[in-house]
Design a protein around this ligand. Structure first.
Ligand code: SF4
Ligand code: SF4
Length: 521
């Protein structure tokens, strides 16, 4: 509570309480007058931010190049992730005749998703649910173990921004050179460099959009069609959209996406706990900050000086412009580059590295008070997240390994539910869907059991010597047939008899079964 603040406010409130009703402007004037009479200026309130604008203009960030362990890790991940994204559509996978040979393909016209040896049909969309659960739990697990690992190393926004910044550095120079160049008036050289930079950015953005559409069609064919302007208009539309978003987000908006647009920093802040490791400035070691000269002077007078020499290298390399020495905050994507920068400084001046490191506040405070540090990777939440990933992954793997190459669904006619024929027989109709996931045409024998002596007819199919319907389904196709079941047997009133529909494959095994009912009058 501010001293003075309370009395000033109380004075205003009591004065205002005595006033009759007035327009707002009168009340404001009276409040200002009351402050004047009390001899208190508005500026006397230290936290008064009334005059501050609600909008803060962006300060351009010029991240400095840095080398070190985390930078190398980020290079490796950048090459792997972008390499996968750009070149995966060209990887081939032989699935035999009548099937696309692209390893990863989202085939909208054929309503299939191909992922190497896995082929997902529309009715198997629950696999996508499983994948989403695993992805969410993996994010939670990363967060519980070491903070924003996803943001710092794997998020597309981080990876593409890193690539764009690298291109910018090649063309405009490192931080200092780029800063100086930006302060100069526009001349031929500056215009030429800016033009080249934006051209390179647009080329990367264009190829990013181009690679995306290659996942939705045969990549080599689509590349030829795109080059000869024979590709579908929707492909050009998506390339244009992704070119624009990549160029805008990675080239222009950069850290603003992480700080203002992305919900994940807010969510992860609610999910974290005190044991999670995060990129931390070890203030127990670093404070009080002092340059080498000042530290020497302090030591001469018997005073302490921390290891931080206040060189600001950790701030200059930060892609989001954060000073990690002020503590963890939303802007820090935990990329670890400030660790590399500070390690280089510490090595140069002959002090121990990792003044900035993956750590947590519990350990820093423990060290401050001479206590033991502990790193608890195995905790209830990490075990829980890992267990959910294992269970969902296991269920999905089992379902994939044991799923049948054919499936059967039966839908009973709704209206009429049954028909009584003139000869007294009762008839029920069904829509039977048979999916054949084989690469060859299959002749399935349809059997209906549960109603002795019933006659089973299908529209437009042959019969085997036993009189059972044979239904041919093409490779990788679904066929719907109309099935009529008729009985002349006397039925109980309101009869509802369970029926089992089965399809028997060429090798004599039951391929799939489905249950329904035969309904009587
Ligand atoms: S403070 Fe360090 S870890 Fe955080 S974003 Fe900046 S450089 Fe990366
Ligand atoms: S790089 Fe290290 S020494 Fe330099 S200001 Fe940052 S924390 Fe201090």
């Amino acid at each position: 509570m501010r001293p003075g603040g309370l009395s000033a406010t109380t004075g205003v409130v009591s004065s205002m309480a005595e006033m009759p009703a007035h327009p707002v402007s009168d009340l404001a004037a009276a409040a200002a007058d009351s402050l004047t009479r009390a001899n208190i200026a508005e500026s006397d309130f230290p936290d008064n931010h009334d005059d501050e604008p609600l909008y803060a203009a962006r300060k351009k960030i010029y991240p400095q190049h840095v080398s070190g362990t985390f930078r190398r890790l980020k290079w490796a991940l950048l090459v792997v992730t972008l390499g996968i994204y750009y070149f995966l559509p060209f990887v081939r996978w032989d699935r035999g005749p009548n099937a696309p040979d692209q390893a990863v393909l989202i085939d909208f016209p054929g309503r299939r998703f191909y992922f190497f040896f896995i082929e997902i049909w529309p009715q198997e969309v629950y696999y996508l649910t499983g994948l989403l659960i695993i992805a969410a739990m993996a994010l939670f697990l990363m967060n519980a173990a070491a903070g924003r690992l996803w943001c710092g190393y794997l998020c597309p926004q981080t990876v593409w921004t890193d690539l764009f910044v690298t291109v910018e550095r090649w063309i405009e120079g490192d931080r200092r050179e780029h800063l100086l160049r930006d302060r100069q008036p526009w001349g031929f050289e500056r215009i030429a460099r800016a033009t080249l930079k934006h051209f390179c950015w647009l080329m990367i953005a264009w190829w990013t959009g181009g690679a995306w559409v290659l996942y939705f069609g045969d990549a080599p064919t689509l590349v030829r069609e795109l080059a000869t302007f024979k590709a579908p208009p929707v492909a050009y539309g998506f390339i244009a959209l992704l070119t624009f978003t990549t160029y805008a987000l990675a080239g222009w908006m950069r850290e603003q996406v992480c700080v203002y647009m992305c919900p994940w920093p807010r969510i992860q802040a609610a999910l974290t706990d005190e044991y999670a490791l995060n990129v931390c400035y070890r203030y127990d070691r670093g404070e009080p900050r002092a340059s080498l000269k000042k530290a020497a002077a302090l030591h001469e007078h018997g005073q302490a000086a921390g290891d931080c020499i206040d060189c600001r290298q950790c701030v200059y390399v930060c892609p989001t412009g954060v000073d990690i020495r002020n503590g963890s905050n939303l802007g820090c994507i935990q990329c670890g580059l400030c660790i590399d920068a500070c390690d280089a400084v510490m090595t140069k001046i002959g002090r121990a590295s990792r003044l900035i490191a993956y750590d947590n506040d519990l350990n820093i405070r423990a060290r401050q008070h001479g206590g033991q540090t502990s790193y608890r990777l195995v905790r209830t939440r990490t075990v829980l997240y890992a267990a959910i990933i294992a269970v969902v992954g296991g269920v999905m793997a089992h379902a994939l390994a044991t799923r049948h190459a054919q499936s059967l669904t039966v839908i009973h006619d709704r209206n009429p539910v049954f028909v009584r024929l003139s000869n007294g027989a009762v008839r029920n109709g069904y829509a039977v869907h048979i999916a054949n996931k084989h690469r060859e045409t299959q002749n399935f024998v349809l059997q209906v059991t549960g109603l002795a002596g019933a006659d089973v007819e299908t529209v437009g199919s042959d019969r085997n010597p036993e009189g059972e319907p044979i239904i041919a389904v093409g490779p990788d196709q679904t066929r719907q047939v109309r099935v009529i079941v008729t009985t002349r047997q006397p039925l109980e009133p309101d009869a509802s008899i369970p029926l089992t529909f089965s399809i028997v494959t060429a090798d004599g095994g039951v391929g799939a079964t489905a249950m329904d009912r035969f309904v009587g009058p």
